[in-house]
Design a protein around this ligand. Sequence first.
Ligand code: NAG
Ligand code: NAG
Ligand code: NAG
Length: 302
Amino acid sequence: MMRTSNLEEGERVEERQRPQKIEDLCSVDCCSRSLVCAILFGGPNMSFTSSSVGSGGRTVRRVFEFGRTYVVRPKGKHQATVVWLHGLGDNGSSWSQLLETLPLPNIKWICPTAPTQPIKVFGGFPSTAWFDVGELSEDAPDDIEGLDASAAHVANLLSTEPDDIKLGVGGFSMGAATALYSATCFTLRKYGNGNPYPCNLSAVVGLSGWLPCSKTLSKKLEEVDDARRRAASLPLLLCHGKGDDVVPYKFGEKSSQALSSTGYQNVAFKAYNGLGHYTVPEEMDEVCAWLLSKLGLEGISS
Ligand SMILES: *[C@@H]1O[C@H](CO)[C@@H](O)[C@H](O)[C@H]1NC(C)=O
Ligand SMILES: *[C@@H]1O[C@H](CO)[C@@H](O)[C@H](O)[C@H]1NC(C)=O
Ligand SMILES: *[C@@H]1O[C@H](CO)[C@@H](O)[C@H](O)[C@H]1NC(C)=O
């Protein structure tokens, strides 16, 4: 039975084979093994544009054309909707297939696909990505423009859900980073660019990821009325493999500590011995149990 569906119709998609294997280019996030580079020439409908001043004072317009969105409909009573974000070079389809197998009949999963954009760490080679990544180090600057565009895409997908449906965001690797960034936008009630954040989140999950903009978070939380209260009550689950050779385990651990120390009092951090940069059933079982409890879902019996 088909449970996934493509939300975007009429988009022209051109695919070509990557000239090189991603393993040759990749030093950050080798989660995609199928090496197809999809360049989207869609209409302006689903795109998000923003301007920034480039070198020489010219305004350079970065256009974010998001890819296909796959939806897994709830098998039982719909109580929550969770947007789930894939890792670098991947797409929404692969995660929607995994999420569909989870025993969470009350959740509707929305799995968007990131825009295809040139990635610094790949020497400018295009890949599906929620934001641009240079070297993955703690001092690397965050691509706020890209993060804002992706967080806004996620919020748009959630904003049409009915009022009585609880909302969540989760993801893997840079998808986890985008989910945790969305958590900070929700608590601050605004994106990095100052625009208002429109959704109320009830749960955030990050697997094998990290928290962007962690250094400035504490100061920003102090400046916003009520941000501490929202931070204190938002449930977050971070999971990380101790054997992760792509996004180091210490990034996950430090992100969890950064959240806890800035007033996020409902953070669970789970470490997995021997787990690399991928997921295992034991981890997804933990995610299921956590979501059931934090979203107050009826579960299988409904
Ligand atoms: C989508 O874009 C096409 C042109 O690419 C335009 O004709 C159409 O009106 C747009 N639809 C919406 C809903 O904006
Ligand atoms: C999505 O990514 C998977 C690998 O994670 C690949 O096998 C599949 O072909 C991709 N699908 C699309 C529609 O790009
Ligand atoms: C989010 O929650 C606040 C406070 O609980 C409420 O005032 C606001 O209307 C909610 N916004 C949405 C979009 O549900």
